[in-house]
Design a protein around this ligand. Structure first.
Ligand SMILES: [Zn+2]
Length: 165
């Protein structure tokens, strides 16, 4: 059973092709992010301190024209920051984001990135928390409604306790 999207969407050939391409891009990108991630961990004590590279100027000298991207950084569920970044195709934007303490939501031209510190907390939480899918789904649903979001029918179906089993 697919975790995201309806069964009809998940079996669509274009969706399957997109998933395949995306997985391939992540497969090549993730190893390049290890070194910047380890540098960020060391420099910030795993997010305890703000790193020196909170924003990184473009200093590539390859001669290609720089590209511009707007990225929304999600630090917590209530703290968002918008970053206007320049990057060069010869250096993936993901490397810059990781150096800034953010993890991209997509391998190519991400418009959303998540705080590494927040992700480290979430990964620890999932290691130590007792597995309770009903509580997890109810928390997500309650949190979205509390913030004034109205989950779509598809989203509501996904976060309904029992839907992920
Ligand atoms: Zn370049």
């Amino acid at each position: 059973m697919p975790l995201l999207g309806s069964t009809a969407t998940a079996s669509h050939p274009r969706w399957e092709k997109w998933k395949e391409i995306s997985a391939d891009r992540w497969k090549h990108l993730i190893p390049t992010l290890v070194r910047p991630f380890m540098r960020w961990c060391q420099e910030t004590s795993y997010g305890r301190h703000k790193g020196s590279q909170h924003t990184i100027p473009l200093n590539c000298k390859c001669g290609k024209s720089a590209r511009h991207v707007e990225v929304t950084a999600v630090y917590t569920t209530v703290r968002l920051e918008h970053h206007s970044l320049m990057y060069c195709e010869c250096c993936p934007l993901a490397l810059t984001l990781v150096a800034m303490g953010l993890f991209p939501a997509s391998p190519i031209r991400p418009s959303i990135a998540f705080s590494l510190s927040h992700l480290l907390f979430a990964s620890k939480l999932f290691i130590y928390i007792s597995p309770n899918i009903t509580a997890w789904c109810s928390t997500i649903s309650s949190n979205l409604v509390e913030k004034g979001f109205t989950p779509s029918a598809t989203m509501s179906k996904l976060i309904t306790p029992g839907a992920l089993i």
